[in-house]
Design a protein around this ligand. Structure first.
Ligand code: PLP
Length: 481
């Protein structure tokens, strides 16, 4: 059994400033070396793939070994995917601007859970500045209210809770469900919208999925019919949701026409801009979200197109009071009254009680690189995607699923005899990921498997994309042969 003194020693060491300083410098060196290798050496793997069984066995072995913490950090690095690698072209995860990762360290060290003002004075005030900044970019002219929350999934759920509060005929928050409620959304919406509607108790009937047109945008001409059918089935539709953009294909719904529809029928209009809402920062691409300023609520993930570490999502309400109505609830030990609109107690409006100091990560980027940085990033990623889709069109071995509107590109290798296209494209991706040379993902459109890339890294170059197509052709030849 350990003596009281040795226990005390262990605790003291856990908080020892000089040990932290020394290890901290070593960890920063480790990460900076990693970045240099990722940026300059195309042989440095994006991912050293291991199957789940072997990966677990590795860490089980490590847990019972004598490895020091610096070795553990090195091994975590080796066993993780590297989003800073220019050949990371996979899921929609931001490549964090480096200064925001340092703000992340600050957040973890200070642990100022920002739900209540005293527990995060700076972070709460900065959160207001950051969300007001986004509200302005959206084009809101009203007195808005915004906050940061833990991810697009939670933000979409919170927006629909607000919609329910505003548009449901009875007081569900107090009395529970009285009527059958529903929302209308494109069949291409992210699955979290479906999940949110079910969590809200709407059931499968309450999520009305409208088919898309050939560009994978919600078919506006089918909205009236969808609403009429819902009414005749005894449903009360509270909201229509626009995708800006959709996850699988990166298509932008026509937000202006959705806003017309919402206004005509007194529906809440929500925009899921988790990925592509970031174009509000870009003069060149903001036309894609024309009408977004008419939405009652908008979600934008900073951890997708806005260079911030996950999770970090802005939920902005056009009307301030809607944000405060969502969770009208007493919490005497946190604040005096639920009825006062205190922007500095963000917990009144968020699902979370305690949350990370998300705002300081965004603020660090804006202060270090200036307000134009987000525009530069969107323009770079969307612009490079235009170049990439031209490259694909020029090569007869490939076919684009559709002309990309965002930085999401779906394409497939087609120089295959017989009916093996899905199988071959599947194998191409597996082989590519196993090689560690590139990281891309895949999706299914209709019955067809496509290779799916999202250009997330502003340091990805045209040569990287050219090399990706060369590599796919090489792999495909061996598979087909
Ligand atoms: C359009 C859209 N909405 C919502 C989400 C979910 O966001 P998060 O992963 O931040 O919870 C995603 C994630 O890819 C998305 O693409």
């Amino acid at each position: 059994m350990q003596s009281t003194t040795s226990k005390f020693d262990i605790l003291e060491k856990a908080y020892d400033a000089s040990h932290f300083r020394e290890l901290g410098h070593q960890v920063i060196d480790l990460l900076a070396d990693h970045l240099e290798k990722a940026h300059s050496n195309s042989d440095y793997p994006v991912l050293s793939y291991q199957n789940p069984k072997d990966e677990l066995a590795y860490w089980e072995q490590d847990f019972s070994s004598e490895s020091g913490i610096l070795d553990v950090f090195k091994n975590i690095l080796e066993h993780s995917i590297h989003v800073h690698h220019p050949r990371y072209i996979g899921h929609q995860v931001a490549v964090p601007a480096l200064v925001s990762t340092l703000a992340g360290l600050m957040s973890d060290m200070l642990s100022n859970g920002t739900g209540v003002y005293e527990m995060g004075m700076a972070a709460n005030a900065i959160e207001k500045i950051v969300t007001d900044f986004v509200a302005k970019k959206i084009g809101y002219k009203t007195k808005t209210s915004g906050f940061l929350t833990s991810g697009g999934t939670l933000a979409n759920l919170t927006a629909l809770l607000a919609a329910r509060k505003a548009k449901a005929p009875s007081a569900i928050w107090e009395n529970g469900h009285q009527e059958k409620l529903a929302v209308i959304v494109s069949e291409e919406a992210h699955y979290c919208i479906d999940r949110a509607a079910r969590i809200l108790g709407f059931g499968s009937e309450g999520i009305i999925k409208v088919p898309v047109d050939k560009e994978f945008k919600i078919n506006i001409d089918l909205l009236e019919e969808a609403l009429d059918n819902a009414k005749s089935n005894g449903l009360h539709v509270i909201a229509v949701i626009g995708c800006a953009c959709s996850t699988a294909t990166g298509s932008y719904d026509d937000l202006d026409r959705l806003a017309n529809f919402a206004e005509q029928h007194n529906l809440w209009f929500h925009v899921d801009g988790a990925h592509g809402g970031a174009v509000v920062f870009s003069e060149r691409y903001k036309h894609l979200t024309k009408g977004i300023d008419r939405a009652d609520s908008v979600v934008i993930d900073f951890h997708k197109m806005l260079m911030t570490p996950a999770l970090n999502t802005g939920l902005i309400f056009k009307k301030e009071e809607d944000a405060y109505q969502t969770f009208a609830q007493k919490a005497q030990y946190l604040w005096d009254s639920q009825h006062t609109k205190e922007w500095y107690n963000s917990g009144k409006r968020t699902f979370e009680c305690t949350k990370l100091m998300m705002s300081i990560k965004v603020y660090a980027i804006l202060k270090t690189h200036g307000e134009k940085i987000f525009e530069r990033n969107v323009d770079r990623l969307y612009g490079l995607t235009e170049v990439f889709s031209k490259m694909i069109r020029k090569r007869p071995n490939f076919k684009l699923a559709l002309e990309p509107e965002s930085n999401i590109v779906n394409f497939r290798y087609i120089n295959v005899r017989g009916n093996n296209l899905n199988k071959v494209n599947n194998e191409i991706r597996q082989s590519l990921v196993a090689s560690g040379k590139f990281y891309i993902v895949q999706t299914t459109i209709g019955e067809d498997k496509y290779l799916r890339t999202t250009i997330m890294n502003p340091l990805t170059k045209e040569e990287d994309l050219m090399a990706l197509l060369d590599e796919i052709e090489c792999i495909a030849e061996t598979i087909v042969r």
